[in-house]
Design a protein around this ligand. Structure first.
Ligand code: 3VV
Length: 173
């Protein structure tokens, strides 16, 4: 029986090389089986060679609860020829609004993510993801963002998201 891997904890934040992470293996009942260092585990957007995948830097404003990501999607992220794959865009939107939620609320997980893809993003172009915390209701954090060209003339995507703070009383998220 194969053991499903339910949680890979990434530690790489912002730009830089991928770091070693630890891996928690969980059985079918979601109970931890063992936790050990795993050199192959990487934060997903840091899993490709430099320059070929997700090239980005993030900046967080703690006063305004805003996170900005400067992103250049490389040639391994192609969807329609010449343009970024929608899943790659979704990954970086989730990572940016996720960073905003984590730095505001601590341990959270994405519960809902809605994306409108307005214009295709040319491969290897530089775009800006602007996210901000809209409101907090109990354990729920609502974060929205847009993806624009550097000159702000082109709106590529808009998204809204819901993050839920993990409940320490529950054994698994
Ligand atoms: C984790 C540690 C974080 C620390 C990391 C630090 C290092 C930072 C490094 C790098 C940051 C980069 C950032 C990465 C970003 C990527 C994040 C992801 O991609 S996460 C993977 C995808 N998401 C899942 O797999 C979730 C699967 N879902 C769940 O596990 C649960 O559903 C969970 C935890 C989200 C909520 O479960 P419940 O049991 O705790 O809570 P309930 O009672 O169900 O909901 C609480 C409230 O939220 C509403 N809610 C829940 N889900 C909803 C939904 N989908 N739509 C609307 N409302 C929803 C409910 O109606 C309830 O609302 P009412 O309190 O009654 O008002």
């Amino acid at each position: 029986m194969s053991i499903p891997i339910n949680l890979v904890r990434g530690r790489g934040v912002g730009s830089g090389r991928p770091r070693q992470d630890s891996l928690c293996l969980r059985g079918a009942d979601s109970k931890p089986v063992k936790e050990e260092p795993l050199s192959q585990a990487r934060l997903f957007p840091r899993s490709l060679e430099e320059g070929l995948g997700f090239e980005y830097a993030m900046f967080h404003n703690q006063v305004e609860n805003r996170t900005v990501c400067i992103l250049q999607g490389g040639p391994y992220l192609q969807g329609i020829p010449g343009f970024l794959h929608g899943g790659a865009i979704a990954t970086m939107i989730d990572s940016t609004v996720g960073m905003c939620a984590v730095l505001t609320g601590g341990a959270v997980m994405t519960a809902n993510l809605n994306i409108n893809f307005r214009r295709p993003i040319p491969l290897c172009s530089v775009v800006v993801i602007n996210s901000q915390l809209d409101k907090i209701e109990g354990r729920k954090l609502f974060v929205s963002c847009n993806v624009q060209s550097l000159d702000e003339k082109t709106l590529y995507s808009e998204a809204t998201s819901l993050f839920v703070k993990l409940d320490p009383k529950k054994t698994s998220p």
